[in-house]
Design a protein around this ligand. Structure first.
Ligand SMILES: Cc1cc2nc3c(=O)[nH]c(=O)nc-3n(C[C@H](O)[C@H](O)[C@H](O)COP(=O)(O)O)c2cc1C
Length: 275
């Protein structure tokens, strides 16, 4: 099949999903000499529009794994996609713990919205919560795997005709209706901790530059008083990483206990998985 346009589409508060999706799109575009359309839908204003691929396009959709699933507050936006028979590659990024059932959830979402899934991958990205868990990933070794994945995608594209409805790519995990539920965070003692309602604090070091306001994917930081979190916080850590003076912090004991647990438990390097 001849690919007309490649869509590189991602939600990526701390940038690892963006790195992988754009790398894959560029690798494929270089070989096919096709144009790439980039769709970053991390910020609320970026979700005012949806990409509209056609039947001869390739759609690469990347999301981070949150609690073993897709970030649930983004699902409504994703379900407004219309695949129109375009081929698609679901990609998830996970922080070295587990991608749980997020990849099968994304595969199904793409199939349900009219795409044909051709290949899929679970990559590893530095854990949003941590300075050491999967630090620096995706790294050179991960990108070498991404090169292999590009080759696989190109080979599969060659074997299909435009509009073919291929068998959905086979990925592991528990599927619909509940995708195994959400991962329950554990604390240092291995007992469940409640972190859903945790929000970052702002220290007196804040210089009111409002960078945190600009990067919040839910638009939850009050621009007039950046210490006020006016809506849901998904703990994506975008505001914490964007703050030039480290004035935003997550100091909740349950959150810190979970972080300790993660850092102590998931020390082995997780592999990238390609399907
Ligand atoms: C709320 C939340 C939940 C997460 N849950 C998981 C998880 O279940 N398993 C895992 O391995 N990583 C988990 N992570 C880590 C992210 O999936 C990982 O760091 C990813 O690379 C972040 O993508 P981004 O850089 O595009 O934002 C979680 C991160 C956040 C913010």
């Amino acid at each position: 099949m001849k690919v007309n346009r490649i869509y590189a589409v991602y939600f990526s508060p701390t940038g690892t999903t963006r790195t992988v999706v754009t790398y894959l799109a560029k690798g494929i575009a270089d070989k096919l000499k096709s144009a790439v359309e980039y769709w970053d839908f991390t910020l609320p204003e970026q979700r005012a529009q949806v990409p509209e691929p056609g039947i001869s396009d390739l759609f690469i959709l990347g999301l981070p794994v949150y609690a073993g699933r897709l970030p649930n507050l983004i699902l409504k936006y994703l379900f407004s996609l219309r695949g129109q028979g375009a081929i698609a590659v679901p990609v998830v990024l996970f922080g070295n713990r587990s991608y749980g059932n997020a990849l099968i959830e994304l595969r199904d979402l793409l199939e349900d919205t009219g795409f044909n899934t051709l290949a899929a991958a679970a990559f590893v990205g530095q854990h949003s919560f941590s300075g050491q868990l999967a630090k620096g990933r995706p790294d050179a070794a991960d990108l070498a795997v991404a090169d292999r994945f590009v080759k696989t995608i190109l080979e599969r594209i060659e074997t299909i005709q435009e509009g073919d409805s291929c068998t959905p790519v086979n990925v592991p995990g528990r599927g619909a209706p509940d995708y195994g539920g959400y991962y329950q965070p554990l604390g240092e003692e291995g007992k469940p901790v409640a972190i859903l309602k945790v929000k970052p604090i702002t220290t007196a070091d804040c210089i009111h530059c409002k960078r945190c306001v600009a990067v919040c994917p839910l638009g939850s930081i009050d621009p007039d008083d950046v210490s006020r979190i006016t809506d849901i916080c998904i703990k994506c850590n975008a505001c914490i990483k964007a703050c030039p003076v480290h004035a935003k912090r997550l100091t909740d004991p349950a959150y810190l206990s979970h972080l300790q647990y993660l850092e102590a438990t998931y020390t082995e390097r997780s592999a990238v998985e390609l399907f």
